[in-house]
Every structure is written in structure tokens, then in C-alpha cells.
Design a protein around this ligand. Structure first.
Ligand code: FE2
Ligand code: FE2
Length: 354
């Protein structure tokens, strides 16, 4: 997205408003700040405190900080518009299937292409995943989010271009079977009866059949959709398969799906903070997940929460400045010029993500 060349500045030359051109790491290889982060005073001070000497920023910003800020705003706007557009098109292909038509494969490929083009804009992706969603539109945004997260995980795992394309499409279509479930059950606000729950669980199979009758869908994509609620230890559905029987696409969708579903802010449902979700995922609260996929996801995604504002149980507001690799749910928070390591502190913990 940024075409300007990089400039390596000493820490004392950094100014608020400059944008990092590369991630900044500490001596242990942990990320302190990601690329494309707009620096503020607090971040610059933090980098100083952590002993960072030089930081790569985009060149043109040196004199034209306001221009850069405008350009950053424009990029956010463009990303948001494309994201909304992708969700609208997803809604269209889902509604067509509900009305008895076949899956429009070409349209699905177009959306997947648009998702893949967003590679490299991970910060915007994470921000979008965290937005509040209307309950009726949830499935479409969830589909786009899972597709984006699958694409990111595929890149982090250094999969082939073909695999990343397939994975992005599989993420987009993973819940397509929900189009065959009655809206009264799907959007029911209260508790589901056992038989309603069983019906919802059938969306994996419905999705598989929809894809099986669509020309040009790779077999592994259809299989991944059939098994996206299976778990490594055999506790999932519909068949109770174990990790050795699941393909990599399926394992990746499962991780992306859980993360989006748990962090989504919805009416009728309190979302958990991303930190709480990291903890639950690490401790197997959603069933056992593939260890390599989970590790790759957590090690990469957690860095994007550096800079987030959080509320502590002491009612103080702080900024996440450092993720603990041993426990991603307990980062170091800067509160009123004081570093609180929530992994070590016995009294202070994060209660809200702002
Ligand atoms: Fe699902
Ligand atoms: Fe899902």
C-alpha cells in the first residue's frame, strides 16, 4: 500500500505521526510495534525505554506528516469500503443459494481474489474483525473475516500460492451450509432446543453438498468444509474425526472460525476480550486445536494488539506495550507511565478491551 521508500531514523529523530515501515523487534525477537503503525509520543518513549536505537519509517513523512496522516486515513477508508463491498457480495451469493440457485463460483472467486489482495494490510484486517456487527448480517461478515484470517494464517505458514487461494475460498464458504437452515432457528435469540441444535450442526454437511455440486471446487476445499467443526481429539462433529484424518485447510479454518466467533461483538452476546480468547484457545477450551496452526496464529496475530487500549480491574486505562510469549492473554500494559506486567502481577488484570 505504501510506495514510498524507507528511512532509518535514530530514536531521537522520531516524531509523532510518522509511520513505521518495518516491524520493531526487541533483542528476544518479540514484536514491539508492527509496520504501518502511526507513532505517538507514548510509543516513541516506550521504544526508548526498551533500548531501541533505530526505526524504519516511510521517507516522505519526514516533512509531510499531515499528508501522511491524510494518506493513512484514505487507506483506511478504501480498505473499509472494499471490505463492505466483499460482505455485500457474500450476502448476494448466500441469498441466491437460499432461494434455490446454485453457488455462483465465479462470484465466490472474485470475492476470494479481493480478500487475497488485502494481504499486507493485516492491521486493517484485525481492526475490521473487531468491529461491532448487526446480528442479521453476522454470517456475511463472519465469512469474510474467516476468509481474511485463513489467508493470513496461510501466509504465516508459508503455504503455496495455490494453497492460499484454496484456503481463502474455503474460509469464505465454510458456513455456506447455513443457507439451508431455517432463519427462525439460525437467528433464534434464546436457547436452542436439542433438535434445533442438531439441525444447526448439519450446516457442515449441507455446505459439503452445495460445494460437491459446484463445478471447479477443489475436493480438499469441499472436504475442509465438511470437517470444519471437527477437533484434533475427536470431540467435534459431524463424524468425530481425529487430527490425523483432517486436512490442513480444515485445521486452519477451525482456528480462524473460533477466533472470529469469540471476538465478534454481537447483540445478545457479550464478546470476550481478544486476550481472554487467546487464553481459552491456548488452554483447549474450544476443543483441541492443531498445535502448529494455533502456535503460528497466536505468535503472529497477538502482535497486532500492541498499542490497544485496555481497562484494568483497578479502573485505570492503559496501553498494551508488549505481548508475553509464554501467555498471550497477559500482556505488559503501560498505565500512567508505569509498566504493569499482567503475567506477574497478582492484583492487576485486564477486564476490558477498549
Ligand atoms: Fe460453521
Ligand atoms: Fe463459522
Amino acid at each position: 500500500m505504501w510506495v514510498e521508500s524507507k528511512l532509518f531514523l535514530s530514536i531521537d529523530e522520531l516524531k509523532p505521526g510518522m509511520i513505521t515501515a518495518e516491524a520493531v523487534f526487541n533483542s528476544f525477537g518479540n514484536v514491539l510495534l508492527w509496520d504501518n503503525t502511526v507513532l505517538n509520543d507514548q510509543m516513541i518513549n516506550h521504544l526508548k525505554n526498551m533500548g531501541i536505537l533505530t526505526v524504519a519509517v516511510y521517507k516522505h513523512q519526514q516533512h509531510e506528516i499531515t499528508d501522511t496522516a491524510r494518506m493513512a486515513e484514505e487507506n483506511v477508508r478504501r480498505f473499509a469500503a472494499e471490505y463492505e463491498n466483499d460482505a455485500r457480495h457474500t450476502k448476494k451469493i448466500f441469498e441466491e443459494i437460499s432461494s434455490g440457485k446454485r453457488l455462483n463460483k465465479e462470484e465466490a472467486d472474485n470475492i476470494a481474489d479481493s480478500v487475497i489482495k488485502k494481504a499486507g494490510n493485516n492491521r486493517y484486517i484485525i481492526d475490521s474483525v473487531m468491529q461491532v456487527r448487526n446480528v442479521d448480517e453476522y454470517t456475511y461478515y463472519h465469512s469474510i473475516n474467516v476468509s481474511l484470517l485463513c489467508m493470513m494464517i496461510g501466509k504465516w505458514m508459508k503455504l503455496s500460492e495455490k494453497d492460499i487461494n484454496n484456503l481463502t475460498l474455503a474460509g469464505l464458504l465454510h458456513d455456506i451450509g447455513k443457507t439451508k437452515i431455517a432463519p427462525e432457528i439460525l437467528n433464534k435469540p434464546g436457547k436452542l432446543t436439542d433438535s434445533e441444535f442438531e439441525e444447526i450442526k448439519r450446516h457442515s454437511e449441507y455446505g459439503y453438498y452445495i460445494l460437491k455440486e459446484t463445478a471447479g471446487i477443489p475436493a480438499e476445499v469441499a472436504t475442509a468444509i465438511l470437517t470444519h467443526h471437527e477437533k484434533e481429539d475427536g470431540s467435534g462433529y459431524p463424524m468425530g474425526l481425529t487430527g490425523d484424518q483432517l486436512n490442513l485447510y480444515s485445521k486452519i479454518i477451525t482456528v480462524a472460525d473460533i477466533f472470529d466467533a469469540m471476538t465478534a461483538k454481537r447483540i445478545y452476546k457479550n464478546n470476550d476480550t481478544p486476550f481472554k480468547v487467546f487464553e481459552l484457545m491456548q488452554h483447549g477450551s474450544f476443543g483441541v486445536l492443531d498445535p502448529l496452526v494455533l502456535k503460528t496464529f497466536l505468535e503472529n496475530v497477538t502482535g497486532y494488539y500492541v498499542g490497544s487500549k485496555v481497562r484494568l480491574n483497578t479502573e485505570e486505562i492503559g496501553e498494551v506495550v508488549f505481548m508475553n510469549k509464554l501467555d498471550f492473554s497477559r500482556p505488559v500494559v503501560l498505565v500512567n507511565n508505569r509498566y504493569v506486567d499482567t503475567m506477574v502481577s497478582k492484583t492487576e488484570k485486564i477486564v476490558e478491551f477498549l
